[in-house]
Design a protein around this ligand. Structure first.
Ligand SMILES: Cc1cc2nc3c(=O)[nH]c(=O)nc-3n(C[C@H](O)[C@H](O)[C@H](O)COP(=O)(O)OP(=O)(O)OC[C@H]3O[C@@H](n4cnc5c(N)ncnc54)[C@H](O)[C@@H]3O)c2cc1C
Length: 595
């Protein structure tokens, strides 16, 4: 079984030393976000995730969820339900929910640390509260007062959970194709009919009620994405007074058998004229969904981070312990029959790739999450607008890069174990299987790339990119005379200029041929992720030099050196692919792919 120890030291370094959240939280008015309280919460979160959730990870994978055809009931793996009860009793469910709905009102970006620990400890289990968070966001922003009263409080208290019901058999990425219908009832509610597939936590045995947020079409809705509305459809009917009534006409038809996250129920859901309530404006359901898209996508990025970190921790321990062969430059541990594999450069390549992507990714994602706090809590309209632009720009990068790196790191970590990684005993193959879904759900990597280049850069004139480049240049200027950082500043400034030029080049070509965007998008996304991480690594060295122990300073500096020498050059390949344009991708006729 794989082990997990919460990386509290690096989480604190990221939050308090590099991103420096304390003055930000004070300025935004988070009265409860004091350092001593946050430290205590982190300690407790570590205890809960290490001792309650992590030990259930393997059994969740091996036993999985089961489905009763007769009743439509889903039973979660042994221990999952009890862990949820402990989670709710500990008040974890409402950690970042507003106090007026029974939450603790802590910053979203602070909650990301808890989320990382949960995902690392037990990703499948973590999907149940994750979906409740999405429902909370939708109701918080778009629900009517009675809907918030009736649904939000039980969700925040953890008595009910939430789901997001978008996908249908013929409609995944392209939501404009969706067919689920909503017919008005005399009492102001709607009768929802249709089938949704792949619904995470659509049915389970944790709570007495499950609140589905469902995308559906009203009778007179225009076709495509302009005719989609958002409805709230509880498993057990709920009156306007919040009282729970009879069973609603919503039923789980089956659960999926999957490559990974076996402990997370993935359900086919049938709505048969089920009672639902409109949230927000008619035909504006997608806009309502977009509000919570940023937090949901950041959350899935964090899943990649958590899995990568757990895999890395285990690979590191194994590499220090496993004796195979001698170092090429002579025995490093002559008293032992062989050297531990951590002496071999190629094993170090894998470990340092993980370390640099994980710790850099932590900074990238935690910083992005602080923008959610700014967006929701600042009273300054200009600051709000800027946070919105930067968050919108960073979200697809965090979602796609951290999940793709999650897959890469879990595979590197498995490789460090050799054959022992491939067999079940050490739990490494589970982490690699579990990581695979994260680049698929909540918008595939390809779709994140289109969102970044097509929407955030081309349609919105790259406002977020300009802000991020501004941050890089300001940092480089401020550190210009700092000899400790000189080795990082020059290449970082050069990459920032290259990023700008590359963006202009794609923009020009896209004016003549829109396919240029699709041809460049995924390479552009990775290019952006690697430059963004270079910035955060330079800042990590600066912060460590200023305030950390000599060990941390050395570790950060050497890892940054590895990153700049061995990972950042991946941008060269991505830039070359982008320069090649559409021809290498589109020249071959689709009919000739199998010739
Ligand atoms: C375990 C699991 C849990 C899930 N949980 C939920 C949930 O809770 N709620 C929910 O609503 N859905 C959920 N989903 C569905 C998930 O979000 C979709 O699978 C995902 O959005 C992709 O849709 P699709 O599978 O239909 O693939 P498709 O949309 O058919 O895409 C197939 C491939 O084509 C690519 N592609 C499509 N269009 C384009 C384009 N224009 N340009 C470039 N590439 C393109 C995609 O990137 C992908 O690689 C879940 C799925 C799984 C497997």
């Amino acid at each position: 079984m794989s082990r997990y120890q919460s990386p509290l030291r690096d989480i604190r370094f990221a939050l308090f030393d590099v991103i420096d959240v304390e003055p930000l939280y004070a300025r935004l008015g988070f009265a409860g976000a004091q350092r001593d309280l946050m430290d205590a919460v982190l300690e407790e979160a570590a205890k809960f995730t290490e001792t309650v959730l992590a030990p259930l990870n393997a059994i969740g994978d091996q036993v999985g969820c089961s489905f009763d055809k007769e009743t439509g009931a889903v039973t979660s793996p042994p221990g999952f339900r009890h862990a949820y009860e402990q989670f709710v009793e500990g008040g974890w469910n409402g950690l970042v929910a507003p106090e007026r709905f029974g939450g603790q009102g802590l910053p979203e970006s602070f909650g990301v640390a808890l989320k990382e620990m949960i995902d690392a400890a037990n990703l499948a289990w973590g999907n149940y509260p994750l979906l409740s968070h999405g429902a909370t966001e939708a109701l918080k922003h778009h629900g009517e007062a009675w809907q918030q009263e009736a649904f939000l409080k039980p969700i925040v208290e953890g008595r009910w959970t939430g789901t997001m019901c978008l996908t249908e058999p013929h409609c995944g990425t392209d939501l404009g194709l969706l067919k689920t219908r909503a017919a008005p009832n005399a009492d102001g509610s709607f009768a929802i009919s249709g089938t949704k597939i792949f619904i995470t936590a659509g049915e389970h045995d944790f709570t007495e009620n499950i609140v589905h947020l469902v995308l559906a079409r009203l009778p007179d809705a225009p076709p495509g994405t302009k005719g989609i509305s958002l409805f709230i459809v509880p498993k057990m009917k709920v009156g306007r007074d919040g009282a729970m009534g009879d069973r609603n006409a919503v039923r789980c038809g089956s659960i999926e058998h999957k490559m990974g996250i076996h402990g997370s129920s993935t359900c086919v859901m049938h709505f048969d004229a089920a009672q639902g309530w409109l949230i927000g404006q008619p035909n504006k359901g997608l806009m309502a969904m977009f509000t919570m898209m940023n937090t949901a996508r950041l959350a899935v990025g964090i899943q990649g981070l958590g899995l990568a970190d757990r895999a890395y921790q285990n690979a590191l321990a194994y590499a220090r312990d496993r004796l195979q062969m001698r170092s090429l430059s002579g025995a490093k541990f002559p008293d032992k029959p062989a050297d531990p594999i951590i002496v071999h450069p190629d094993v170090r390549r894998m470990l340092l790739t993980c370390k640099s992507l994980i710790e850099g990714g932590r900074l990238l994602s935690y910083h992005a999450a602080t923008l959610v706090d700014v967006l929701e809590h600042t009273n300054d309209a200009e600051e709000k607008k800027r946070a919105d632009e930067l968050l919108g720009f960073l979200t697809p990068i965090v979602k796609a890069c951290l999940t793709e790196w999650g897959i890469e790191c879990t595979y590197h970590a498995l490789q460090c174990f050799g054959g022992h990684g491939y067999i079940r005993e050490h739990g490494m193959e589970q982490l690699a299987r579990d990581a695979r879904i994260t680049t698929v759900y909540e918008g595939t990597t390809g779709i994140q790339a289109l969102d970044l280049l097509g929407r955030k850069i081309m349609q919105l004139q790259g406002a977020g990119l300009q802000q991020f480049l501004g941050m890089i240049h300001a940092f480089c200027d401020a550190q210009a005379g700092n000899a400790e950082l000189a080795e990082f500043i020059a290449p970082l400034a050069e990459k920032a200029n290259e990023w700008q030029a590359l963006t202009m080049e794609i923009g020009k070509r896209a004016m003549a041929n829109a396919d240029e965007i699709g041809a460049a998008s995924t390479d552009y996304l990775f290019y952006s992720g690697y430059v963004a991480l270079a910035y955060w690594w330079a800042r990590a060295v600066a912060a460590a030099t200023a305030s950390s122990s000599p060990e941390t300073t050395t570790a950060k500096r050497e890892t940054a050196r590895f990153y700049f020498a061995r990972i950042l050059p991946r941008t060269l390949a991505h830039a070359a692919a982008i320069h090649s344009g559409t021809a290498p991708l589109l020249a071959l006729d689709a009919a000739l792919f199998d010739s």
